[in-house]
Design a protein around this ligand. Structure first.
Ligand SMILES: [Zn+2]
Length: 240
């Protein structure tokens, strides 16, 4: 028998906030905070709309990834940025304790709580990516990232892709692009704790060109993404 499906939305790069004790690290370079390096431009509004539409728990960062990257494990070389990596080990520990551990614990508690209610979790970790990186144009509007070793995640993404394309054939949707779905990330870590009949960890990546250039298109796309998920939510049995 298939379990009911409960969505959980998270947004690890929602904020470009630099807490007061760390502002001096950015003196003279504050403009970086307004770029894709400071946060995932445009994505928090979508995370909020998605969570509201499905009455889903929402976990969103309130600190910039340039302080600490909440979508990296503690072992990652890119956990800290060029601004925070040079800090003494003790100060980096404070940042981990203050921001990373509570966020990851909250994510794990939310997933565990849903599985205790005998539901399967559809964790949508939402992000946006810069349209051009190191001079290379990224030719997708939406990326759906899953672990190729988890058949249920793959099936889910392919189904979602075809549902989205049915309504809007011109959309460029690519799987495991612009990043691999099994790279170091919050979902990758949660997969180690919860098996796939309990937990689907999908990262949704939106091209920042859309929220930056065309507000109407962005509003429309958010509604399309939500509407297409509603269909699957009703048919949650189909993904098992
Ligand atoms: Zn991101």
């Amino acid at each position: 028998m298939s379990l009911p499906l409960q969505i959980f939305v998270s947004c690890e790069h929602a904020s470009n906030r630099i807490p007061e004790p760390y502002r001096h690290l950015f003196a003279g370079r504050e403009t970086v905070l307004k770029t894709h390096r400071g946060y995932d431009i445009g994505i928090l509004a979508f995370a909020e709309a998605l969570a509201a539409a499905f009455n889903a728990p929402l976990l969103a960062a309130d600190v910039s990834r340039l302080i600490i990257d909440l979508n990296r494990s503690l072992a990652s070389r890119t956990l800290f940025s060029e601004f925070t990596r040079p800090l003494p080990g003790k100060e980096r520990q404070v940042i981990i304790q203050r921001y990373h551990l509570p966020y990851w614990q909250a994510a794990e508690d939310i997933v565990a709580g849903i599985t205790l209610q005998n539901s399967q979790v559809l964790h949508l970790s939402v992000h946006s990516f810069t349209p051009v990186l190191n001079g290379k144009v990224r030719n997708a509007d939406i990326g759906l990232l899953y672990d190729p070793a988890r058949a249920a995640e793959k099936r889910w993404c392919l189904n979602w892709q075809s549902e989205l394309l049915a309504g809007q054939p011109a959309l460029r949707i690519r799987c495991n692009y612009p990043y691999r779905g099994n790279a170091d990330a919050l979902v990758t870590s949660l997969r180690k704790r919860f098996d796939e009949d309990r937990y689907l960890g999908i990262e949704v990546e939106i091209n920042q060109r859309i929220p930056l250039e065309d507000r109407a298109h962005w509003q429309n796309l958010q509604q399309r993404l939500i509407a297409s998920l509603r269909i699957f939510n009703r048919l949650s049995a189909a993904i098992k």
